[in-house]
Design a protein. Sequence first.
Length: 156
Amino acid sequence: MILTIVFLILLGLLLLFAELFVVPGMTVVGIAGLLFLGAGVWFTYDAYGFMAGNIALVFTLLAGAVVLIRSFRSRFWEKFQLKDAIDSKANDDDALDENPVAIDEIGLALSALRPTGTARFGKRIREVECITGFAAAGQAIRVIRRDGNRIYVKTN
């Protein structure tokens, strides 16, 4: 019986470790790990009494805490971290452009504007917002307003 209890607790710890580090979210793996841990502790209480059950419970909690703490200290999580950052802004090219998109400039919708999409003004491609609702790809549009980097257009 003792081997069964040890097996259940170790299997539960292994599944919880896999849940934390391999399988994202709360899945069947994590639930199974909790069930195996609970079964191992329950069988210990049932077969060996209150004192042994408490020892098994404390051991299980300490082992789980040690695994979690060691994983943070060993920088194991850094392998899964996203280190790249997006620091660009919409239409950021306009700030560097010597000839930015001007009000009343005519352009061509490259994608369907529902109400936002992509448009071409000469050689410049910008993200725009159509205030008249929708515009089909290939339709002529005109700039009616600018608000910082946002370009508002309407169908021509």
